[in-house]
Structures are given as C-alpha cells and as structure tokens.
Design a protein around this ligand. Sequence first.
Ligand code: ZN
Length: 131
Amino acid sequence: MVTNNKEYMAKWRADHPFQIKRYNETFKKKHPQYGSQRYYRRIAKWKVKIEARSKEFYRVRRLWINGFKFGKTCTLCGDTARLEFHHTDSRTKIFNIAHGIHRTKKDVLTEMKKCVLLCKACHCKVPTKGV
Ligand SMILES: [Zn+2]
C-alpha cells in the first residue's frame, strides 16, 4: 500500500522505465549544459530578474490597493490613519485583501466590495462576525 507521494513516485518510476529513459533524453536535449557552472550562473541571473519583477509587481499592487484608502475615513471613529479592510459578513469572505494582493484585479475588487474600512484600533475591537 502506497502511503505518501514519495513512495508513489518510486513505484511509478519502477513501473515505467521507458518513460523515465525518454524523459531523461529529452531533458538532456533541452538543457545540454545542465550540471555545468555556466548553467547555474544563468539560473542565478534569472532568479535575480524574476525576484526584481515580483518585487515591483507587489510594490505597484500595494500602491493600487492603498489608493482605495486614500481620502477615506474609519467607518466607526472617523480616523484617517492606518486603515484596514474589514469583511462585514465573514460567510461571503473568500480571502484576506492583504494576503490576496497577487490575485487578479477583478477578484480583489469584488472582495473589496464586501469590506468596510476600519482603522487599526477599531479593527482590533470589532468581533470577527459583523460590524
Ligand atoms: Zn476607527
């Protein structure tokens, strides 16, 4: 009986030697310099590029989301500083705005419509269900 993924993969490999051989051949064709120093140097370069791109993406996204808070006030106390999104109905909540900023703009906007803005102090005070 196979209990985990590792065992399953080992079993699959044992059962399909030809597929493994073919896969290895195509991989070597695709990546002829695999294992060489040059290959790893190239990967390091890509990594830097990808990290920079993702950092930029999150920076722009954060600005975009903070733009919605601009000029708004806390629904309970009227404070303008440190505003957070609060879901008025937790049953319709799909994700946390702060944790879901990588999602599509459409998804984020539909999620934002379910929220009201609260300042940090009020957000700590309200119970998780309802304002
Ligand atoms: Zn407040």
